[in-house]
Ligand binder design. Structure first.
Ligand SMILES: [Zn+2]
Length: 180
């Protein structure tokens, strides 16, 4: 299944595709916020671990649905009004970022999500304690590295297409827009 790295890469690609490039000033904050939103549905794993030591007991339920993406997207789009350090992202973009997680789980894994909850629900069938979840997040991430690599190629192509690549630095400098 896509893990935090894979979901973050897919979320960032969705963000870059839908969001007009700006300056580098708030880019790290934007990246952190995108990572949080793109991984938000998997909070149900943490909830299961805390409640009964099984990360799968509530996994892929309501948080992996269209309704959750709409609700969480609305709250996330309003969050910057309460705390100005949170990047200001529109409702549609926030919904897209949360839903990118649900779509990736749905398309890249065999077990179903609860897309139309409350009209359908599919809990994860397996059992995974703290050790299993940590092991999975750390070791079984080959697919995530492939996803991240594919997304990086996609983003590079996207920026070349938009002509907003800045080649005079490394890392985040790629995000700098040469022409405004
Ligand atoms: Zn998930």
């Amino acid at each position: 299944m896509p893990l935090p790295l894979g979901h973050t890469a897919i979320g960032w690609a969705a963000f870059e595709s839908a969001h007009k490039a700006g300056g580098c000033r708030s880019r790290i904050a934007a990246f952190v916020y995108v990572a949080v939103l793109a991984n938000l549905p998997d909070l149900d794993i943490l909830f299961g671990l805390i409640v009964n030591g099984n990360g799968s007991s509530f996994h892929r339920g309501p948080t992996h649905s269209l309704l959750f993406a709409l609700l969480a997207g609305y709250l996330a789009s309003q969050a910057s009004r309460m705390w100005h350090r949170i990047p200001q992202l529109g409702f549609g973009l926030c919904v897209l970022l949360v839903f990118s997680h649900v779509a990736a789980d749905m398309l890249l894994t065999a077990s179903p999500v609860s897309l139309l909850w409350p009209f359908e629900i599919h809990w994860a069938a397996d059992r995974s304690g703290w050790g299993g979840v940590i092991r999975l997040a750390l070791l079984q991430s080959v697919q995530d590295f492939v996803i991240a690599a594919v997304m990086m190629v996609y983003l590079f192509g996207l920026r070349l297409f938009r002509r907003d690549v800045c080649l005079d630095g490394g890392g985040f400098a790629l995000a700098r827009k040469r022409t405004k």
